[in-house]
Design a protein. Structure first.
Length: 343
């Protein structure tokens, strides 16, 4: 007879009794193991084995260096104003040798003996022979020590007794975006290797869309200086143009002297009186230079001009300063590169 579990209390009591009976059976009955469905993994074993080393290769025997002795170089008895051949190692850091300009000028401020010779010779510096080929590069600055607004390049070439001298100036960088300016000047004539005797000078100025052209012809037959846009005038002795004057000067007067030179700019003829300082130190990107300084004596209301010639570089121009009629410095062209060749 099965007792009916009609009430919840009876069902709870029956569940507890059933649970106790099952636990007793599990404790006292023999253990039964069920078969495992997963394969057993082999035990993890670690074994250290020696690794075969690559055979040692014999080291190559180093060749023995032969000792060489450099004979001492005797210093010259009398230092001469040099034009070094090595590319801008000391001061002219941007000069790169190229054909046909194989001889590249570099600064020599580290050579104390050369500087001493330059200072000694400053009392009466001589004009060395001009190189057969020369290239000079200047940076153009606005005002005195102002920002760089342009560049000027000079080329001088000789063919026997004839010379051609070309100058190009233009604005660069942001300055060119503001104002496009180009100035092209040419001087050509004859030379004895030291002095220039112009026969023709031309100047072309392009200022944005405005263009100007001027020229002067040195007519030796008529002894007249002929302009394209002005009446001719008498040809003064040893007259120069605005470009040849930078490479022209003969053996120089002593310091403090005044040198008078007739100069044409392609529009008229003027007489410049230059006051001279024979040994003035100039600091440039090519180093410290001993210079001969020419300063035009400026009359009231007239434009001024100053030129610095480097004694270390055959008295080639290394700085040009333009002074406005008001006396204010308008701009400066300062050397950054020189290349010369005598071949």
């Amino acid at each position: 007879m099965i007792v009916s579990l009609s009430t919840p209390k009876q069902r709870i009591v029956a569940a507890i009794a059933t649970s106790l009976i099952i636990h007793v059976l599990l404790l006292w009955l023999p253990r039964v193991e069920l078969p495992s469905l997963k394969p057993e993994l082999p035990p993890l074993m670690a074994q250290l084995q020696a690794v075969e080393r690559a055979p040692k290769l014999p080291k190559p025997k180093a060749a023995r260096k032969k000792k060489t002795t450099t004979p001492p170089v005797a210093a010259p008895a009398t230092p001469v104003t040099p034009v070094p051949d090595a590319p801008e190692i000391v001061a002219a850091s941007e000069v790169v040798a190229s054909e046909p300009l194989a001889e590249v000028a570099s600064a020599v401020d580290s050579a104390s003996s050369v500087e001493a010779a330059s200072v000694t010779a400053a009392a009466s510096p001589l004009r060395p022979p001009l190189p057969k080929h020369a290239q000079l590069k200047f940076e153009v600055r606005l005002g005195s020590d102002g920002i760089v607004v342009g560049e000027t390049r000079h080329t001088l070439d000789f063919d026997e007794d004839k010379y051609v001298l070309i100058s190009t100036t233009k604005t660069i960088g942001l300055a060119r975006l503001v104002k496009a300016f180009n100035l092209n000047q040419t001087s050509y004539g004859v030379s004895d290797g030291q002095l220039l005797f112009p026969r023709k000078f031309t100047e072309e100025k392009i200022d944005d869309s405005k263009k100007e052209f001027h020229s002067a012809t040195f007519n030796q037959a008529t002894q007249m200086l002929e302009f394209d846009n002005a009446p001719a005038v008498a040809l003064a002795p040893n007259v120069q143009d605005m470009l040849s004057i930078l490479y022209q000067f003969p053996p120089l007067p002593a310091a403090g002297d005044v040198l008078a030179v007739a100069v044409t700019n392609g529009r008229n003829l003027e007489r410049f009186n230059f006051e001279i300082t024979t040994d003035e130190i100039l600091i440039t990107r090519m180093g410290k230079l001993h210079t001969v300084h020419f300063r035009k004596l400026q009359a009231p209301g007239k434009e001024g001009l100053e030129i610095w010639f480097a004694q270390e570089y055959r008295l080639l121009p290394v700085k040009v300063r333009h002074i406005e009629a008001s006396g204010k410095i308008g701009g400066e062209a300062i050397i950054i590169e020189i290349r010369v060749s005598d071949k």
